[in-house]
Design a protein around this ligand. Structure first.
Ligand code: GDP
Ligand code: MN
Length: 387
């Protein structure tokens, strides 16, 4: 689960990681009032969307007067912000963070992530704060330093110092830096995060370390241990199809291909996606209706697949076990009578009550392409892919 920068900064504050003074605003008037409360003569207005690279897209702007704060907030709220991470369709801005402006002397990158290959957390740092760490890893890998963490030991002081010296932090700021890294790691570990990132971590003109940006991603599988974090979820930020699917307990992930799939069981879903790739097509989604799917869930699943305008064909691949083939077939027929299906649907069924399932499909009067094996399904998908 992703959260907004303003929420991540509230959590940083709870862990005593220094952040600029600031507050969330939903309109220009509120933005101006907040700026007035903060005081000073420099403010930053930051679009709150679940995507980075806002600086480049006009989602982070500096104001030197209260009037400018209001003007910028007025322009930003309601705009569709396009950044290198939002995709070309962009994201609509509904709220902004108004913060005290900071005089920057140096910008660093620090983050904690999961190193899947080494199966442990990794601390990452760089002297090139502000820019995308992915680009940097490609262009200047030598400017990134890493320390791998033994979860049993936590983060020992020497590893924190190694990292900070490696990224080129001034020796006079070492104690403050170690404090920030220690608390950053504690936050990562105690909240079951998959990513915590400060980009940039800045040294100000008056030699303070401040987290100017904040990003946190939580492991969804750990959220049940942190119920209070669930309140931070912003469903406006998610793909509407994903939200709809999770409401119906469907395990759905949208992707960018054009062949929709509906499968029961995650293993079969993976095999089906491989099969689609091998047939020269590309999956539009992952959809596992699960072992105990009902007719309603199958109907909903099919509806959700069809609402994706990229879908040119559908493959339903079910191994009837707990979910019997006749139940599935009834769901498909019902869905087909509720929503107009204008793309070819290939159905491959096997397992419990397979004959009954095929009969229901065959007698429905609907135009399904029935495949009688995985290999046959691949052939039929290939025909759609090349059409
Ligand atoms: P991102 O582009 O979405 O990662 O947004 P950031 O919060 O990282 O902001 C982008 C850039 O804006 C930062 O790298 C800074 O250079 C600049 N910026 C953000 N806040 C301030 C500030 O308070 N003062 C100044 N001078 N620049 C800032
Ligand atoms: Mn940033």
């Amino acid at each position: 689960m992703k959260i907004h920068e303003y929420q991540a900064k509230e959590i940083f504050s709870e862990f005593s990681i220094p952040v600029p003074k600031g507050q969330l605003a939903h309109d220009a008037k509120e933005a101006k009032r907040i700026a007035e409360e903060i005081g000073g003569g420099l403010w930053v207005i930051k679009a709150q969307i679940h995507a980075g690279g806002r600086g480049k897209g006009g989602g982070v702007r500096v104001a030197e007067t209260l009037e400018a704060v209001a003007e910028i907030a007025e322009e930003m709220i309601g705009m569709t912000l396009v950044t290198p991470q939002t995709g070309p369709q962009g994201k609509r801005v509904t709220k902004v963070l108004v913060e005290e402006g900071v005089q920057i002397k140096e910008e660093f990158y620090v983050g904690v992530a999961v190193d899947r290959a080494r199966q442990c957390p990794v601390l990452i740092a760089s002297s090139e704060g502000g820019m995308g760490i992915e680009e940097l890893a490609a262009s200047h890998p030598e400017r990134i330093v890493r320390e791998w963490i033994d979860v049993g030991l936590g983060l020992p002081g020497f590893q924190a110092r190694n990292l900070l010296f490696g990224m080129g932090l001034d020796a006079g700021l070492m104690r403050a830096g170690v404090g920030i890294l220690t608390r950053l790691y504690r936050l990562f570990e105690s909240s079951d995060c998959t990513l915590v990132e400060i980009n940039p971590l800045v040294v100000t003109e008056d030699k303070q370390l401040v987290a100017l940006d904040a990003k946190i991603e939580f492991d969804d599988n750990g959220l049940f241990r942190h119920k209070h974090l669930l309140e931070l979820e912003d469903t406006e930020e998610q793909d509407p199809l994903d939200v709809e699917a999770s409401r119906h307990r469907l395990n759905y992930i949208r992707m960018d291909g054009d062949l929709g799939i509906m499968v029961n069981g995650a293993g079969l879903a993976m095999a089906t996606m491989d099969l689609i790739k091998q047939a020269g097509a590309s999956p539009a989604n992952f959809l596992d209706v699960g072992g105990g799917a009902t007719t309603e869930m199958v109907t909903k699943g099919l509806e959700i697949i069809l609402r994706d305008k990229n879908v040119r064909g559908i493959l339903i691949n079910i191994f009837g076990g707990i979910l019997r083939c006749d139940v599935l077939a009834r769901g498909v027929v019902e869905a087909a009578s509720n929503v107009k299906i204008e793309v070819p649907v290939v159905v491959r069924l096997d397992g419990t009550n397979v004959e009954e399932g095929r009969n229901i499909l065959g007698q429905s009067g609907l135009d399904f392409v029935v495949a009688d094996s995985m290999a046959d399904a691949a052939e039929k998908v290939r025909a759609i892919a090349v059409s």
